[in-house]
Design a protein around this ligand. Sequence first.
Ligand code: SF4
Ligand code: SF4
Ligand code: SF4
Length: 361
Amino acid sequence: MLINILFIIKKEDIKRKILFPIQKRRLSVVKKTPSTSDKKLKIAFYWAASCGGCEIAVLDIDEKILDVAAIADILFWPVAMDFKYKDVEAMNDNHIDVCFFNGAIRTEEQEHIAKLLRKKSKILVAFGACAVHGGIPGLANISNKKEIFDVVYIDNPSTTNPDRKTPKTYVKVKEGNITLPAFYDTVKSLDQTVDVDYYLPGCPPMPDLIMNAVGAIVEGKLPEKGSVLAPQKSVCDECRFEKTEKKIKKIKRVYEIDKIEDKCLLEQGIICLGPATRGGCDARCIDANMPCTGCGGPTPNSLDQGAKMMSSLASILGVEGEEKMSDEEVEKLLADIVDPIGTFYKYTLPTSIIKRKVNKK
Ligand code: SF4
Ligand code: SF4
Ligand code: SF4
């Protein structure tokens, strides 16, 4: 039915709804790519280690999904339509114009499909924080496969597993052989697995950014390969809160503050990753009095989002009289940072400098 509706949409609507936002888009480097105006785009969506939120984000572009579908044939979208892997395998190489791939790479199956879609797609877009940086699934890199299986299948209060069984990749039953994809020790971003053309950050990406990217594809005005399809500024640059000199005596969590003032959250002692995070979301979490947790990934030209935030925090925390502080007092200040990895590397651990916890053999 979706496809039928698409044909009702006139070209004028497409121009108004899709091409107009392109003129406003904030992409800086524009390089001419082959025009697709004379034929429908062939697009694919895929999800790997993901929560499904990125799939919902595609639907969050509301009625514009119809505009997208009017100019594009969806060749593969396992969450919404009944496609099989063999359908993709049967395609010629580069048959798909653009593939939007969300989710990190956690299993053998996800790696296999990432490689397959790379081969079959002219443009591969890492869609959302999990594909771009490993995202929240990437926090599992503080453990390894064995530790994760122990918690999930053995040592948890709601599981009865006296034989301590964990999933195997191969098992023989009377009906035949059953295989499961291997579960890897380490979560990887998409570009740690295959070559990626563009990055669309966010958890999930903002509808405006998605439409800007689609617009750029339609117009053949994608920026240079390797570009992040989001503004070249930080969340702080987009934040409406008043900013003054940042000096804080103590770190607090949101629930510890009776009334959040209409001024920079970091100045109120709440860890807000705005200074270390790429904008493009119009600082929407801060509008809800919640700190930025960093889903936009590092700011342009920043090597490591967590390191940048730690450095920003170190320059403002306890700076008054810090030369007189004892080691114990410094440690007490730092102890207020609950879950440092989850705070500073919530979305980017796999692509950070440290990448993962190294376990002793
Ligand atoms: S980026 Fe966020 S919304 Fe998208 S799959 Fe990952 S966790 Fe879900
Ligand atoms: S640190 Fe957070 S609250 Fe402060 S200006 Fe930046 S984004 Fe806004
Ligand atoms: S404020 Fe930060 S966490 Fe919230 S949407 Fe923007 S980048 Fe993501």
